[in-house]
Ligand binder design. Structure first.
Ligand code: FEO
Length: 397
C-alpha cells in the first residue's frame, strides 16, 4: 500500500490484503480487506496508531521506512484483536524506547495474546491525552465496538478520529477519495452486520459518545477513510436504531422442492401485499449478504424440510448465526415440510434464545404442499402484513 499523508503530519502506513477471502475462518471477504495503521508526527514526538495483521508485518515495516521514521515514542493500541495488534511485538522490538499505550482491559489482552511486558505499557483512562508537540491525542473508551477493550483515538487539532473497527469495512482500500459513497455504504453495512450487530446497544451508546466530537475525518482500521463523517455516522444511527423496515428475510433450504414451492408462494404473496422480500437459498448464500439483510428486516421466515428428526443442518447454521448476530427483527416463523414426523419447529425455536422476536404461527406441513397448504401460506402472508401494519411500516391494504 502507498504511504499517504491524509492530514498534515498524519500518514496512512498500513497494508492492503486484496486477496484474503475469509476472516475469522468464518466471514467471506468478497472485496478483501485492509489493516490500516497511522503515523502521527508532532513537533516533539511520534505516535503509531495500531499495527497490522502479522501476515502483512513486512508491509508495515516497509512503509515506516518509506515514511523515514527513525523513532516511535508511542504505539497506540486501540483494539487487541490480532488483525490490528498482531505486529505489535515486532514493532515494539524495532522501537525499544516506545511506550505501548493501552487501557486496562487492553493491557490484559496484550499480555495474554501477545506476551507483551507490562513495564512497556502506559495505561490510560477514558479521555486521557498525550501531547506530541502541537498535536494532542485523546483516548476515548468505546467498549464492545468490537471487544470489551476497544477504544478510539482523536487527534484534536486535526479533528481526525482513529476509530479502529468502528465505522470500518472489509474493503481493500485505505486511502482517500477513491471509492464512491454507495460502495463504501454497502461494504460498511456488511461489516456492521457481521461484526457490530451483536453489540447494537453498546455501538449506539458509543456512537452518541463520539458524536459529541467535532470530527472532520474518520480514519478506521479497515477500509476507506471517511472524509464526510456525517454519512457513515447517520448510517450507523439508522442501523443501530430500533426502527425496522417493511422487509421479510427468508433463509431457506429445500431437498426435493416442497419447501422451495412454499417459499416461492410466500414470496409472491408477501410482494402482492406490498412487502419487500429477500429470499436466500442457504446452499449458495454468502452469509455476509444474509447478515446484511438481517440489519433492517422486520420479519424472518426460516424455510426448512425435516431431516431425520429435525431441521436441515443448513437451517440450523442460519438459525445459530441469526441468534449470534441478534438482529432487531420483530417477528419470526418457520415454514417447510416433513415426511414422517420430527421436532423441527421446536428445535429451531429452542435455538433462538437471544432473539426477542414474536413467534408467528408456523406453516409446517406433511409431504408436498397442496392447495390447502398454499392457502395456509397466504394466511401467513396476511398475518405478517397485519403485523407490519400494526407497527406502522406498511400502509393500510
Ligand atoms: Fe478488525 Fe475486531 O478487529
Amino acid at each position: 500500500m502507498v504511504v499517504q499523508e491524509i492530514a498534515p503530519g498524519i500518514f496512512s502506513v498500513g497494508a492492503l490484503d486484496h486477496d484474503r477471502r475469509l476472516f475469522d475462518s468464518l466471514i467471506p471477504l468478497p472485496q478483501g480487506t485492509s489493516y490500516n495503521a497511522y503515523l502521527v508526527r508532532g513537533k516533539t514526538k511520534t505516535a503509531l496508531i495500531d499495527t497490522v495483521d502479522p501476515a502483512k508485518e513486512l508491509e508495515l515495516v516497509t512503509n515506516l521506512v518509506k515514511a523515514k521514521v527513525d523513532t516511535v515514542d508511542y504505539i497506540i493500541i486501540n483494539h487487541a484483536e490480532q488483525d490490528h495488534s498482531g505486529t505489535l511485538p515486532m514493532i515494539a522490538e524495532i522501537f525499544p524506547g516506545a511506550k505501548i499505550v493501552v487501557n486496562d482491559k487492553c493491557l490484559d489482552q496484550v499480555k495474554h495474546l501477545l506476551d507483551i511486558e507490562e513495564e512497556r505499557c502506559m495505561v490510560i483512562k477514558d479521555r486521557d491525552t498525550i501531547d506530541l508537540g502541537g498535536k494532542t491525542l485523546e483516548f476515548i473508551l468505546t467498549p464492545w465496538v468490537h471487544w470489551p477493550e476497544t477504544m478510539v483515538t482523536f487527534a484534536r487539532e486535526d479533528r481526525v478520529l482513529f476509530s479502529c473497527d468502528f465505522f470500518g469495512s472489509h474493503y481493500s482500500e485505505s486511502t482517500l477519495r477513491v471509492v464512491e459513497w454507495g460502495e463504501i455504504y454497502r461494504a460498511s453495512k456488511r461489516y456492521y452486520a457481521e461484526i457490530m450487530m451483536p453489540f447494537r446497544s453498546s455501538v449506539r451508546e458509543n456512537l452518541e459518545k463520539v458524536g459529541t466530537l467535532d470530527i472532520r475525518m474518520i480514519a478506521p482500521s479497515h477500509g476507506p477513510i471517511h472524509t464526510e463523517p456525517r454519512l457513515i455516522m447517520d448510517a450507523y444511527r439508522d442501523w443501530t436504531s430500533d426502527t425496522v423496515k417493511n422487509e421479510v428475510v427468508i433463509p431457506y433450504v429445500s431437498m426435493h422442492g416442497s419447501t422451495e414451492k412454499m417459499v416461492n408462494h410466500l414470496t409472491d404473496a408477501l410482494r402482492e401485499r406490498g412487502i419487500r422480500v429477500l429470499p436466500f437459498n442457504l446452499v449458495v448464500t454468502d452469509i455476509g449478504d444474509l447478515a446484511m439483510a438481517l440489519v433492517d428486516a422486520a420479519t424472518i421466515v426460516v424455510g426448512t424440510p425435516t431431516v431425520i428428526f429435525g431441521p436441515h443442518p443448513q437451517a440450523v447454521y442460519a438459525a445459530y448465526l441469526a441468534n449470534l448476530l441478534r438482529p432487531k427483527t420483530r417477528f419470526i416463523t418457520v415454514i417447510g415440510s416433513y415426511g414422517w414426523g420430527g421436532k423441527t419447529v421446536e428445535t429451531l425455536k429452542g435455538m433462538l434464545p437471544r432473539m426477542q422476536a414474536e413467534l408467528l404461527e408456523p406453516v409446517y406441513i406433511k409431504g408436498a404442499p397442496g392447495a390447502q397448504d398454499m392457502r395456509s401460506i397466504e394466511v401467513l402472508a396476511d398475518r405478517i402484513a397485519a403485523k407490519h401494519r400494526e407497527i406502522g411500516i406498511l400502509g393500510k391494504g
